[in-house]
Write a protein that binds this ligand. Structure first.
Ligand code: NAG
Length: 549
């Protein structure tokens, strides 16, 4: 397959040159892994704002009807990379500062890309995934369950996300240039804790023994290096929930991952790049608009003049070769072409990983919550987890963001394993309501089947990151007659479904509720991208990387 729009780059022309070919063949004979032009890929990165409506819209994540946006903590972005193999395949990965991607968003994005680029970008080779912030505007998903609290579909939320993804892919496309990709992995131990440690203990001991911790602590980072410009960005994956900001927060925020991305982009722009130990925050030197050395009275003209003259102007320096105006203009001119550094902090298998690392405590007594049910004196709504900046959620967001940022910088600076090999992709729709699964353990083997989706009573208890209301409890395997009555007014689960879901008592039979349209998805889009030895498996809610690296 040809890569139609990059012919003008003439990047691979070198390969057509006979002498280079001979040299190339010689190198092959020598079993060298040096490719014909020094880099194996075309790489492009892009980034665009997706902040959305900052007032009067319910926020996605906590399913809390009272959590309505009323301002901005910091803005949200979509960040994308494109990797293309010359005369081969190409793939796109988009990371959204949103709770998750959505199928309807992707359909719209692909429609727009088709109008612009023909068949270059399709649902097959574009993966879109979210960082799981719980502080972004909601209403952009197509299933009823996800838009109940936003009182329906919110066009403003939807449009800004579709638009931002399209724009960041266009930017990445226009930045496509020869480059290399490096990969590095490392452990980050203080970025998340298991928020359901009692549930984790229900896993068989033989399985638990395979892992050192009860959460995944690995961060994997890709570093993108332009042949001409040097490093142009990085994407990393690490699991921790976007719940540093609480269920009562009303400011739009990228939470800890959005913060980490900004810290890293700022760090790079501030030219600290290359100095491993120079990760410093300059909180203390923030410029104040009103200097506190100037007294507030207005009748002190004379004193102010004296104060002003007491400051000495710097003596100035003779113009050198590097500081001349001509040189500065030239370098500024050159910088216009330089792509902006893009750094994305992507979500992976964050299931029960909480950024509120101090643990869960009762807001009335200050004591730890009940271990098995996350309750306080039987009440679920009093049990809250604490972030490292407790009680300041902005501080917790900053700290967990900073921890991921620092780890990413370490991995970035030390990344030296190069990604090599072909680019490929697979896309499939898998019906999760009727999958057959073989369970085998020590000689025992049984084939079981999945069922349509259903939310259990424990779901309504929420988690310690955002407890639910009423008398629901985590770990509830019985249910309660009152809520079953309420449930039956919506939909009484069939006997088959009840048996299939057992021992989970069904609160909402979402997988079988179809009015006015589907309440929950049964069919999930699965996207697999391969770049050399790296395999990226992505669903709208998150991404995992090949464990075989
Ligand atoms: C939690 O539940 C397990 C299993 O039912 C039980 O053995 C354990 O004692 C309980 N722990 C606490 C602290 O209640």
């Amino acid at each position: 397959m040809e890569f139609p729009s990059f012919d003008h780059l003439n990047v691979w022309r070198a390969c057509a040159n006979v002498r280079v070919w001979i040299l190339f063949l010689l190198l092959l004979l020598l079993k060298s892994d040096i490719a014909c032009s020094g880099s194996d890929y075309l790489v492009g990165l892009g980034s665009y704002d997706i902040t959305g409506p900052a007032a009067d819209v319910n926020m996605m994540g906590y399913a809390n009807t009272g959590q309505i946006a009323s301002g901005i903590h910091f803005r949200l972005r979509a960040r994308a990379f494109i990797v293309a193999e010359p005369n081969g395949n190409w793939v796109v990965f988009v990371n959204l500062d949103a709770c998750m991607a959505s199928q309807i968003v992707k359909i719209k994005v692909i429609e727009r890309l088709k109008a612009r680029y023909g068949d270059l970008y399709t649902e097959e080779n574009v993966a879109i995934s979210g960082i799981h912030t719980h502080a972004g505007p909601g209403g952009y998903l197509q299933y009823v369950v996800y838009i109940v609290t936003s009182l329906g579909f919110v066009h403003q939320s939807f449009d800004v996300i579709v638009n931002g993804i399209e724009k960041c892919i266009i930017q990445a496309h226009e930045n496509l240039r020869p480059g290399s990709i490096f990969i590095n992995k490392g452990e980050l131990l203080d970025g998340g804790v298991n928020r359901s440690p009692s549930a984790y203990l229900n896993n068989p001991a033989t399985e638990r023994r395979k892992y050192k911790y009860n959460v995944d602590t690995e961060m994997t980072l890709l570093k993108f290096v332009d042949d001409e410009w040097g490093p142009v960005g990085s994407f990393n994956w690490f699991p921790t929930h976007g719940t540093s900001m609480s269920r009562t927060n009303s400011l739009i925020s990228g939470d800890n991952k959005g913060a980490a991305a900004r810290f890293m982009e700022d760090w790079f722009e501030q030219k600290d790049y290359g100095k491993t130990d120079s990760v410093v925050f300059e909180d203390d030197v923030l410029l104040r608009r009103i200097s506190n050395i100037i007294p507030s009275r207005h009748d002190n003209h004379h004193e102010l003049l004296e104060l002003a003259t007491s400051f000495q102007s710097p003596p100035g320096r003779p113009v050198s070769k590097t500081s001349s105006v001509a040189k500065r203009v030239r370098s500024a001119h050159r910088k216009v072409d330089k792509p902006r550094f893009v750094s994305a902090f992507c979500q992976s298998n964050c299931g029960d990983v909480s950024p509120n690392v101090l643990g869960a405590f009762c807001i009335d007594t200050g004591l730890p919550c009940d271990f098995n049910h996350s309750t306080c004196g039987g009440k679920n709504e009093l049990c809250y987890s604490r972030g490292p900046g407790y009680p300041d959620e902005f501080e917790s967001t900053r700290i967990i963001g900073e921890r991921q940022f620092r780890k990413a910088v370490d991995l970035f600076n030390a990344a030296d394993e190069e990604i090599e090999g072909g680019v490929d992709f697979r896309h499939a729709y898998i019906d999760f309501s009727q999958l057959e699964v073989t369970i085998s353990d020590q000689g025992y083997s049984e084939v079981v089947k999945t069922c349509p989706a259903a939310m259990g009573f424990a779901f309504a208890a929420g988690t310690t990151d955002g407890p639910g209301a009423f008398d629901f409890q985590q770990g509830d395997d019985k249910g309660n007659p009152f809520w079953k009555l309420v449930r039956d007014m919506l939909k009484t689960p069939s006997k088959e479904q009840t048996d299939c879901q057992r021992p989970k008592p069904i609160l909402l039979d979402t997988g079988e509720m179809k009015k006015p349209y589907d309440w929950a998805p049964s069919i999930l889009p699965i996207q697999i991208l391969r770049i050399g030895q790296l395999i990226i498996l992505s669903v709208p809610g998150g991404t995992i990387l090949s464990p075989s690296l």
